[in-house]
Design a protein around this ligand. Structure first.
Ligand code: ADP
Length: 331
């Protein structure tokens, strides 16, 4: 049974992998970024030089990892994937870099969480395609330089401000990912629905898109839940009213907000008089961890204009207050 379970998980991951756009042309949205990347990738192919290092930043689920895979695909190179916190010693990163092929893409997600000694190895690796290793013991210790095959580092972070300046400066290309528009999300949902073999009416697509918090990962997740309900109720043609029922069951409102988002706004209003209050006190009062608050809840509430980040702390805006009132009135 354990084996079946594992197979199921692997199948699902492949499923998800198969659903990712594979080329820049298939990737919906982020138009300016795509246009620039196309130029940089084509130029590097023409010159037969590795693509300059790329840093992507922006909220989770907007396509940073997907773009790293697309870059490798468009360059016709292998990609090796890592996450900042998985490295602990300088040697960890050195052993990765000494085992890559020429022109390969090394992807490091959450690069702001890379420990300092690992980061320092990256400096010379990125700049000179070399690393310095210490050999020998005691007074005889010396440093020798090992050269690396040229490679492209693609870093991703949700927190650009936490990436140290020396690391940030070594990326030749730095691009921000923005939240997606309603029509871009609709296109993503339609494509995915086709891959799922679902029959979604236009209105249903719009209802899902408007609840996706500007985020393709959430659009796809919501679509999967709609598919679950549709399969369970043997619903062949999915319309707007069916989708609205699903979202009531899931506690996702018209803006894509759920209990946890409203709780943040409520705590801010009721316990802190609308703020300003520090992120840590807010997290403690909500019994949430700071990172979840900062990465997941805040960016979209800020985009909606319900929450503001000020120098003195988080503030509930009047729009946020009106939203809470509207919600309470409509039950
Ligand atoms: P991030 O690395 O920014 O957290 P991912 O690249 O992992 O985000 O994307 C999350 C999910 O959303 C993936 O399933 C991916 O296929 C999908 N996705 C992201 N951007 C797009 C896009 N522009 N078009 C289609 N699907 C997308």
């Amino acid at each position: 049974a354990g084996g079946r379970f594992l197979k199921e998980i692997l199948k699902r991951e492949r499923d998800d992998f198969a659903l990712r756009p594979r080329s820049l042309d298939e990737f919906v949205g982020q138009e300016r970024l795509k246009r620039n990347l196309k130029v940089f990738i084509s130029a590097s192919l023409l010159r037969k030089e590795p693509l300059d290092h790329v840093l992507f930043y922006g909220p989770p689920g907007l396509g940073k990892t997907t773009l790293a895979f697309i870059i490798a695909e468009e360059l016709g190179r292998e990609i090796r994937c890592f996450s900042g916190p998985t490295f602990s010693r300088a040697g960890d990163i050195a052993s990765v870099l000494t085992s890559i092929g020429e022109g390969d893409v090394v992807f490091i997600d959450e690069i702001h969480r890379l420990p300092r000694p690992c980061e320092e190895v990256l400096y010379t690796a990125m700049e000179d395609f070399a690393i310095d290793v210490l050999v020998g013991k005691g007074p005889g210790t010396r440093s020798i330089r090992l050269s690396l095959p040229p490679f492209t580092l693609v870093g991703a972070t949700t927190r650009l401000s936490l990436v140290s300046a020396p690391l940030r400066n070594r990326f030749g290309i730095t691009e921000k990912l923005d939240f997606y528009s309603q029509s871009e999300l609709q296109e993503i949902i339609k494509n995915t629905a086709t891959q799922f073999g679902m029959n979604l009416r236009e209105e249903a697509v719009a209802e899902i898109a408007s609840r996706s918090r500007g985020t393709p990962r959430i659009a796809k997740r919501l679509l999967r839940r709609v598919r679950d309900f549709a399969d369970y109720y043997r619903k062949k043609e999915i319309d707007g009213s069916f989708v609205r029922k699903v979202f009531r069951a899931l506690d996702v409102d018209e803006l894509g907000l759920s209990w946890a988002d409203r709780n943040l706004l409520r705590v801010l209003k009721e316990k802190f008089g609308g703020g300003p209050t520090g992120l840590n006190s807010l997290a403690t009062a909500m019994n949430e961890d700071v990172l979840t608050l900062e990465n997941f809840y805040e960016p979209y509430l800020i985009k909606l204009g319900f929450l503001a980040r000020t120098a003195r702390g988080r503030v509930l805006t009047s729009q946020g207050e009106q939203y809470l009132q509207r919600f309470d009135q409509n039950g």
